[in-house]
Design a protein around this ligand. Structure first.
Ligand code: GLN
Length: 539
């Protein structure tokens, strides 16, 4: 049986519970344990797939095709493991399961209630990853903040588990905030005291309190928190603001958070701690030789979280290229023929982002055109790849009104069209082409240069695809399909044969980039941008 660590949050949201959970997991992994992390979200959507990025940031897709919370992206990037559908559970999913069972007659004669039926289903899901006996430690992050009405059933489930599991098999980490009051020049502990009090009213008692803070926590304050909140002084952990999230595991190591977990769970380290690869990455990340500027052309740029995995992939690929990638977010709606040169001219590379719907589409097409004509390194992802083909059709093949049927359903040149098996689907949730699919790569291509193999698996999230009726025309004019799915013949990668670096991919390479295994395509793209920047200085 696996050991369980639950991570809750108090005082406010956005304290970085996901990063703390991932950091603990990383340290335990570096001590030889097989660890995974799951996230329980209190909202009623069955999954975040139908949520607008403005609501909830990026939707992260797993290999097995689940649309999940972006924290799963952090888990994968830190641990270099794949998560799955079972790693993200929402209140909506819990209720859907219980209600389906009620309709099937599973509870015949009984009143179906939050306790025990909903809490039983929550507990079953909390233990689900343990069924195959694959993990030594399972970390469960509870979404929301202590005291939220909607997360009460989750806290209640953990309360019950505290009594059902052996004492040394379960522990609780509570993340809170110590606000710094400038006028008083003091860190304040009251919000933390209140948050722990709320937890204890719900029958939960933290073993460790991790305090987010802008300032070093003085020892007396640790003592005070310890006294008021009923934990040992060494179980009050400082989580001071860091320059990069990738520093947090090392900060937690310094605070001995991993040792505290091992102690409470009655475990001995399986091997001496090895954070070598991590430290090497961090070292390169912090000492770049130069900076390059890459434009990210998207329509959700007001919200950093909307393109989380893309931004992190640039951090990984930049570090391995000894370069700092400064991502310049450009709103595709703000781009037009008159300002394109001013906005894009000084950039060392352009990435046209994924997306849905009409808004900002012409700006994306314009950015593709600029990259193609000015020979700037270009990477198009999903919708970005689709717009690269539309741009090519319009301006190279002279099919002026070429479009995607997502935007103009009756376009005379449907370069991008709905996939055959999507035509009969009307339900929105979980019905796209989702998850990892195989892609065969042609040798002598940028894609092969990047991946160094002829068969890759990358993750997808889309309904529309390149229309193969146009492929011959495209290839004759220099836009080549260098990656295809051999089963369905769907075009997954396109490249321009007469451009230094122009590639569009129907899949999302950013979803598999991790600290220890950066995405090959991002590595190559950043390298191309770096070379392009150099060529501008010494032509
Ligand atoms: N809207 C496009 C489609 O559904 C692209 C989706 C995306 O960029 N993730 O095919």
């Amino acid at each position: 049986m696996a050991k369980h660590i639950f991570v809750t949050g108090g005082v406010t949201s956005s304290l970085g519970k996901g990063i703390i959970a991932a950091s603990v997991a990383k340290l335990l992994q570096a001590r030889g344990f097989i660890v995974t992390i799951q996230k329980f979200d209190p909202y009623i959507n069955v999954d975040p797939g139908t949520l607008n990025p403005y609501e909830h940031g990026e939707c992260f897709v797993t290999d097995d095709g689940a649309e999940t919370d972006l924290d799963l992206g952090h888990y994968e990037r830190f641990l270099s493991i794949a998560t799955s559908r079972a790693n993200n559970v929402t209140t909506g999913l819990i209720y859907q399961t219980v209600i389906n069972r009620e309709r099937a007659g599973d509870f015949l004669g009984k009143t179906v209630q939050v306790i025990p039926h909903i809490t039983d289903e929550i507990k079953r899901r909390m233990m689900l990853l343990d069924i195959e006996n694959k993990f030594d430690i399972i970390i469960t992050e509870l979404g929301g903040t202590a005291g939220d009405i909607e997360s009460l059933p989750f806290t209640e489930a953990v309360r019950q588990l505290q009594w059902e599991l052996p004492k040394e098999d379960i522990m609780l980490i509570h993340l809170t905030l110590l606000p710094y009051l400038k006028v008083a020049q003091e860190l304040k502990t009251k919000p933390t005291q209140h948050s722990v009090k709320i937890l204890s009213e719900n029958g939960l008692h933290p073993d460790v309190i991790v305090c987010r803070t802008e300032q070093v926590i003085p020892n007396e304050l640790r003592k005070k928190i310890s006294q008021f909140c009923n934990v040992k002084p060494d179980a009050v952990i400082e989580a001071i603001d860091a320059d990069t999230i990738y520093e947090v595991p090392l900060l937690m190591l310094k605070e001995k958070l991993d040792s505290l977990c091992l102690q409470k769970l009655n475990l001995a380290s399986k091997k001496p701690l090895d954070m070598g690869a991590w430290e090497y990455f961090l070292h390169r990340l912090k000492s770049p030789m130069n900076t390059i500027k890459i434009g990210l052309i998207g329509k959700y740029i007001e919200l950093q979280d909307a393109y989380k995995s893309i931004l992190e992939s640039f951090v990984h690929a930049g570090a391995y290229n000894d370069i700092k990638v400064q991502v310049i977010s450009i709103h595709s709606e703000s781009l037009n023929v008159d300002n394109a040169h001013e906005k894009l001219g000084s950039l060392d590379g352009l990435l046209v982002a994924p997306g849905f719907g009409l808004r900002g589409i012409e700006g994306k097409i314009l950015a593709v055109r600029y990259a193609r004509e000015q020979r700037i390194p270009f990477l198009g992802i999903c919708l970005g790849m689709q717009m690269a083909t539309i741009e090519f059709a319009r301006h190279v093949l002279n099919l002026e009104s070429a479009h995607s049927t997502e935007i103009v359903p009756n376009t005379p040149y449907p370069i991008i069209a709905l996939m055959e098996n999507q035509k009969t689907i009307s339900q929105k949730g979980g019905t796209m082409r989702l998850g990892a699919y195989a892609c065969d790569i042609k040798e002598h291509s940028l894609a092969f240069d990047a991946y160094q193999t002829k068969l890759i698996y990358e993750r997808h999230r889309h309904r529309y695809e390149f229309n193969n009726q146009f492929l011959k025309q495209f290839e004759e004019a220099g836009m080549i399909a260098t990656g295809k799915n051999s089963e369905t013949n769907l075009v997954e990668i396109i490249e321009l044969s007469n451009h230094p670096f122009f590639i569009g991919v129907q899949f999302h390479p950013e979803l598999k980039s991790t600290v220890e295994r950066p995405a090959p395509l991002f590595l190559k793209f950043v390298e191309a941008c770096k070379n392009y920047a150099k060529s501008k200085i010494t032509p």
